[in-house]
Design a protein around this ligand. Sequence first.
Ligand code: KG4
Ligand code: ZN
Length: 349
Amino acid sequence: MRILGIETSCDETAAAVVENGRVELSNVIASSADIHRQYGGVVPEIASRMHVEAIVPVVQQALEEAGCTMDDIEAIAVTNGPGLAGALLVGLSAAKALALASGKPLVGVHHIASHIAANYLADPELEPPFLCLVVSGGHSQIVHVRDYTDFEIMGTTRDDAAGEAFDKVSRAVGLGYPGGPLLDRQARLGNPGAIRFPQTRFADGSLDFSFSGVKTAALTYIQKTKQQAQRAGIDWDKNFPLSDFAASYQEAILQALLHNCEEAVRRTGVKTLVLAGGVSANSRLRKLAEDFCLKHKLKFGCPPLKDCTDNAAMVAAMGYFVYKNGPVADMSLDAYTQGGLAEFCRRGE
Ligand code: KG4
Ligand code: ZN
């Protein structure tokens, strides 16, 4: 069963065809990240305009590369939230138009669920139950995937997401946007124990995260070193310990993530931990999580680098399981800018 997936929740216009939720037949992405880079972050209006320009050729290319036409497609899956309203609406409108014209069913997919589903493409043997650490620009969550469409959120961020915390500090230190990969590259040259940054833990046993404290500590560190350099009459950027700073800051965030995963593993007793979302492309996180799984005798999984960030193959993969498990959407399917996974799955009940 072939599903066409469409993804436009942020700055990637993407379409893909996936067979039976497991086999990627095509995965086309047109990114407007280069344009946003000069503004230091995603400009929603520009993202929407770029989606409008790219969506038709991207869908056509995805069908062509998969060697099929709409006749070979069983259903159309589209990300309908959370994300940027204007951006989501472009993909959603395109999916509705295709569904209407072809008479094929329409399936709404939650963005985080689709990131999790990238793991079904990476490992065709992977089956729930398992734990997934979802870390992206907008989310940091530990999700207990009880079944393909049954999720329990065990911990979530109370403020910044991990990717957001990377992006903001990267900008402050002059590395640019998106910050995660840039800090990752610097961190490989540095010592993660060089600078002590705080980690927030909640006393009530909650597995939630908070990254605003470590982010503020990093911003204060940058500010202090700037003042010291100014007083000493030296160039700040030539003397700033960038690699050690990046390695230490990154480490504080990653250790906090894994600390809560350890407790989630203990509470659920699951035997598999997988990663998902843009931050799962982080080389240090992949290494730490793999070591963690070895230590705890867990099966470890993560999508290949290209499927960690936003793409449509993951939407088509998740769409397959939603299509098999639940009622399909109709033309009233709406876009949501916010909304957790658990809440999203209950919508339409
Ligand atoms: O999942 P994604 O593509 O979009 C959202 O749904 O948010 O994630 C984007 C985030 C950005 O914050 C980016 O800085 C981060 O993923 N990211 C990384 C790496 N590659 C992307 N963070 C850390 N290390 C990386 N190598
Ligand atoms: Zn994403």
